[in-house]
Design a protein around this ligand. Structure first.
Ligand code: AMP
Length: 280
């Protein structure tokens, strides 16, 4: 595995390894890798000739009160995991490399960027779209792999690719969970054992909505009320939002339908976790 820290070396390596129509897949990450990330790498390995991964804790997608400084950065362990998954190229740039002095250009996916996590994290999706577009420009992948765990991020990236005419296929991979249902997240390491138990309220609230839907309820207000009721049984968790939206536009739905995205976010102390299900 070749590790590149500069835009120039990564660009040259990608151009050389992707030469001759070889299918190049990109898996963007912020590191602190877990089985969720590895599932994306395995999908990329199965579908591509060349696999590139990036590790970049992107400062512009963190709010001023968020966890940028303490975000875990176990780089040596991450590199070993990537090597073991057969990754060909790792891009691990510094913030200065990705944001040249005086950088004033951003990518803003209007509307979508203000929904779900974008409402409670102003500027988050602008940071995400900006950095992902930079990664696409440097790597020029034929396909990029994202986790359905961040369903709103998938919607924002798909809209950006469509609007900016970027020649990249976007693949969304299923959510990887712990055996009790908790969605894997790099932020789960922040949780105390008590919070780890309480965090299951997120998944349980989604299951409650799904059960009510499968029982025939279609009214979104009533479905979400059932989920909120389930969530509030766990007092240690603070609900940020529980919403039912169109998975592409992220606009709220009045009535549940197959493919509707039910997304939840909650706080355990200062740790914010998210999860979602798609109704079938
Ligand atoms: P992050 O390092 O948190 O930016 O995540 C990098 C990629 O891994 C994103 O596309 C995430 O959606 C994806 N990801 C994170 N957690 C999971 C999970 N539990 N299952 C599947 N994909 C995930």
């Amino acid at each position: 595995m070749r590790v590149c820290e500069t835009v120039a070396t990564m660009r040259a390596e990608c151009a050389s390894l992707g030469y001759g129509g070889r299918r190049l897949g990109l898996v963007p990450t912020m590191g602190a890798l877990h089985e969720g990330h590895l599932s994306l790498l395995r999908a990329a390995r199965a579908q591509c000739d060349v696999v590139a991964a990036s590790i970049f804790v992107n400062p512009t997608q963190f709010g001023p009160q968020e966890d940028l400084a303490k975000y875990p950065r176990p780089f040596a362990r991450d590199s070993e995991l990537l090597r073991a998954e057969g990754v060909d190229l790792l891009f691990a740039p510094s913030a200065d490399e990705m944001y040249p002095t005086g950088a004033v250009t951003h990518v803003n996916v209007e509307g979508l960027s203000e929904r779900l996590c974008g409402r409670s994290r102003p500027g988050h999706f602008r940071g995400v779209a900006t950095v992902v577009s930079k990664l696409f420009h440097v790597v020029q992948p034929g396909v990029a792999f994202f986790g359905q765990k961040d369903a709103a991020q998938v919607a924002v990236i798909r809209a950006m690719v469509r609007d900016l005419l970027l020649p990249v296929e976007i693949v969304a991979c299923p959510i990887v969970r712990e055996s009790d249902g908790l969605a894997l997240s790099s932020r789960n390491v922040y949780l105390s054992s008590e919070q780890r138990r309480q965090a299951l309220a997120l998944f349980r609230s989604l299951l409650r909505v799904q059960e009510a839907y499968e029982g025939g309820e279609r009214d979104a207000t009533r479905l979400l009320a059932a989920g909120v009721e389930e969530f509030s049984r766990e007092t240690g968790v603070r609900l940020d939002f529980l919403e039912m939206v169109n998975p592409e536009s992220l606009e709220p739905l009045e009535f549940a339908q197959p493919g509707a995205l039910v997304a939840v976010a909650g706080f355990l102390g200062s740790t914010r976790l998210i999860d979602n299900v798609v109704l079938s």
